[in-house]
Design a binder for this molecule. Structure first.
Ligand SMILES: Nc1ncnc2c1ncn2[C@@H]1O[C@H](COP(=O)(O)OP(=O)(O)OP(=O)(O)O)[C@@H](O)[C@H]1O
Ligand SMILES: [Mg+2]
Length: 346
């Protein structure tokens, strides 16, 4: 990273972790974590079970103190806050959970109102805020229902409304959609995206669902054994995951066989699209580059953050020498690999 972009990041960072470690007795759950989350971004954390994701999240609202290092929010070390400032932090940083954590004996509206009561707001203002939040999460009709009468997706909407009722600046989500069916997951993701855009809320979320990262996050960090092993823009990490764990979590390219019946003089090539240079897997460009003798064998392309990422496997028959064909291929893709029969099934 250049000095300029570091300064730029420092200027817009809302959350900064410096050399953060966390130990539970003899167990080291986190160590040497350096991370910055920018104001207004959706930041994802992925990693295998036990990697330390939830431990990391709990440090961000001082639910637990770090064993080493510092957690800064808006430049302030949250370990040094006095009681009044700590109450301010709790309002600023809200959290939602996998299992919603709603009060079963209270209605939707009462659940949402609870943090306002605890903060001592007067009744008319509480009623106004609850109405606003019910509107925001689309639960006005169900305001007098009890949690047991709601679907999972509706319960999470209540969880979100309750989290937002004190107008936080940061929302932490620990596997907020893991207990939901695909349709409810989509609607909750839509709501979180809307909240991020409309309210400018910074969101830090943990998930085991890679499509949540792909659809919602701007940047992502990969945790492994308590350390950040990779982080960056979502399209970069998804397009070319560097660490073995990221590759495992994100899955390599889909399986493509080496064609059994390739004629002699035909080259099998993988054309990789990393998203870095705006190249599109354009069939017209392929036939211009190679002439008419190009056949598409397999395509695995997806669009993330407006960029095309993935791979095309093509068979090119040409009278030109292989080097010349590879040269041509480099005009249409970010990286080109010649596929040999033995290495072909990856
Ligand atoms: N309160 C605690 N006391 C002792 N050990 C803990 C505590 N919380 C977490 N750990 C340990 O710290 C490590 C990291 O746990 P953590 O819950 O942060 O992982 P995770 O990445 O959130 O996993 P998962 O994906 O399964 O939720 C694990 O080895 C866990 O057993
Ligand atoms: Mg966890």
């Amino acid at each position: 990273m250049t000095r300029f972009s570091q300064e730029l990041l420092a200027d817009t960072a809302q959350l900064t972790l410096r050399g953060v470690g966390k130990r539970y007795g003899a167990l080291t759950a986190l160590h040497g974590i350096d991370l910055q989350v920018r104001r207004g971004e959706v930041f994802g954390i992925i990693g295998r079970s036990g990697a330390g994701k939830s431990s990391l999240l709990r440090l961000l609202n001082r639910l637990e103190p770090p064993s080493d290092g510092q957690v800064l929010i808006d430049g302030q070390d949250i370990a040094r806050l006095n009681q009044a400032e700590l109450r301010g932090l709790r309002r600023k940083v809200a959290m939602i959970f996998q299992h919603f954590n709603l009060m079963a004996t209270r209605t939707v509206a009462e659940n949402i109102e609870l943090p306002l009561r605890m903060a001592g707001l007067p009744t008319p203002e509480r009623a106004r805020r609850v109405d606003e939040l019910l509107q925001l999460v689309g639960l006005h009709e169900r305001r007098n229902a009890y949690p047991a009468q709601l679907s999972g997706g509706q319960k999470q909407r209540v969880g979100i409304a309750r989290a937002l009722v004190l107008q936080p600046a940061i929302l932490l989500c620990d596997e907020a959609t893991s207990a939901l069916d695909p349709e409810s997951t989509q609607s909750i993701l839509g709501l979180l995206r809307d909240i991020n855009r409309r309210l400018g809320l910074t969101i830090v979320l943990i998930t085991h669902e890679m499509e949540v990262i792909r659809d919602l996050c701007h940047r992502v960090a990969v945790l492994e054994a308590g350390q950040v092993v990779e982080h960056g823009e979502v399209w970069q990490v998804f397009g070319a995951p560097q660490h073995a764990v990221s590759q495992l979590l994100l899955g390599g390219p889909t399986r493509a066989e080496y064609p059994a019946e390739l004629a002699p003089g035909t080259l099998c090539l993988d054309l990789h699209y990393s998203g870095a240079h705006g190249l599109e897997p354009d069939v017209q460009a392929l036939s211009t580059a190679f002439g008419s003798q190009v056949r598409l064998l397999h395509a695995g392309i997806e669009r993330i953050q407006g960029r095309s990422l993935g791979r095309l496997r093509v068979a090119v028959t040409s009278a030109q020498p292989a080097e010349r064909v590879l040269e041509r291929a480099l005009t249409v893709a970010d990286r080109v690999e010649r596929v040999n029969p033995r290495s072909a099934s990856s």
